[in-house]
Write a protein that binds this ligand. Structure first.
Ligand SMILES: Cc1cc2nc3c(=O)[nH]c(=O)nc-3n(C[C@H](O)[C@H](O)[C@H](O)COP(=O)(O)O)c2cc1C
Length: 322
């Protein structure tokens, strides 16, 4: 495992990905960290982010990470995230605005170079298999090999995408990753704040689609499972009508700048018949329309996941062959 994680006191090479919009909060992050992995609070409004970090600290004395999605990050987000032990960023132009150890998730060699030049302490290499928003265009292990050839020996690189079990974690470590980063597996944990019906859909699903359908306010590729909105508007390859892409790009700057409360209210009015789909996923405390009219994010590993388990058990199990 990387010196970076060891110095922080993370015992096991298992990291739970930050999942925004209220999917990964204190309960999940603390359960992962308490079991010896590194749990991450997902991107939420600054006050809530700060409150979730502090709630996680009440549940565990182990290190906690906070995730920021850079296109939507302002100064107060950095301040709130810096109350965590590690800041993990994704998307957009990487820049250091924290004195905490800083990891940036990348999908290519070019993005890795930009993050290293900006002073990142480590990288997460994201493969195309990943769930959620996807920068990767090649399988995770291929990207890792490219980064390892390019980066100085010992530079921390974690691996994300397609990791479901202990065998996958062991393969990632053998290939030179410092730790494994998992999103989809942890959505299927008891502590994840995803709606139960979303978790149930994941357990039944075998197939994902890479699309831009849920791109109102954030026109970007993401991997989801099929639901009514996706069936209605996408072809089998995940392509949406061209006019919809044009509408997303035209309205992106405006819709993307809405405060989170306003975006959440818009999300609550989404229906499968009206193609105005923002990036929100169904949470346990959110509106139920998002099950058929929102993004059911999942990576390709969903085909191999069929149970909901306590996050601490998952961490111990995933690290068993490490
Ligand atoms: C439900 C879900 C939500 C996600 N949200 C975020 C996010 O808010 N920020 C982020 O950096 N990555 C996010 N990701 C991507 C993860 O960081 C990671 O790349 C991905 O989960 C790895 O692939 P896996 O899902 O196959 O484990 C999300 C992934 C999932 C599955």
């Amino acid at each position: 495992m990387s010196g970076l994680l060891e110095r922080l006191g993370v015992e096991l090479p298992v990291v739970q990905a930050g999942m925004g919009g209220g999917l990964s909060l204190a309960k999940l992050a603390a359960a992962v960290s308490d079991a010896g992995g590194l749990g991450t609070i997902g991107f939420v409004a600054p006050d809530r982010l700060r409150a979730e970090v502090s709630a996680a600290r009440e549940r565990t004395t182990r290190p906690i990470a906070a995730n920021l999605l850079l296109p939507f990050t302002r100064g107060p987000h950095w301040d709130a995230a810096s109350t965590a032990d590690v800041v993990v960023t994704f998307w957009g132009r990487p820049r250091r605005r924290t004195d905490r150890p800083w990891l940036h998730q990348v999908g290519s060699l070019e993005e890795a170079r930009a993050a290293v030049a900006a002073g990142a302490d480590g990288l997460i290499a994201q493969g195309v298999e990943a769930g959620g928003h996807v920068r990767g265009t090649v399988p995770a292990l291929d990207l890792l090999a490219r980064l390892r050839r390019e980066l100085p020996e010992g530079f921390p690189v974690l691996l994300a995408g397609g990791i479901a079990d202990a065998g996958d974690v062991a393969r990632a470590l053998d290939a030179g990753a410092d730790a494994a980063v998992l999103g989809t597996r942890f959505v299927l944990s008891e502590e994840a704040n995803a709606a139960l019906a979303y978790k149930q859909r994941l357990m039944e699903s075998r197939e994902t689609v890479l699309t831009e359908l849920f791109g109102m306010g954030w026109p970007a590729r993401h991997r989801v499972i099929w639901n009514e909105a996706a069936e209605r508007w996408l072809d089998r390859d995940g392509r949406q009508p061209r006019w919809l892409s044009a509408a997303q790009w035209a309205s992106g700057p405006l819709v993307g700048r809405l405060p989170m409360g306003a975006s959440a209210r818009l999300a609550a009015s989404q229906t499968p018949a009206r193609p105005f789909f923002g990036p929100f996923a169904p949470t346990a405390d959110g509106p139920s329309n998002l099950l058929d009219a929102g993004a059911l994010y999942a990576g390709e590993s969903v085909a191999r996941l069929h149970d909901i388990r306590p996050a601490g058990d998952l961490v111990r199990d995933l690290a068993r062959a490490a």
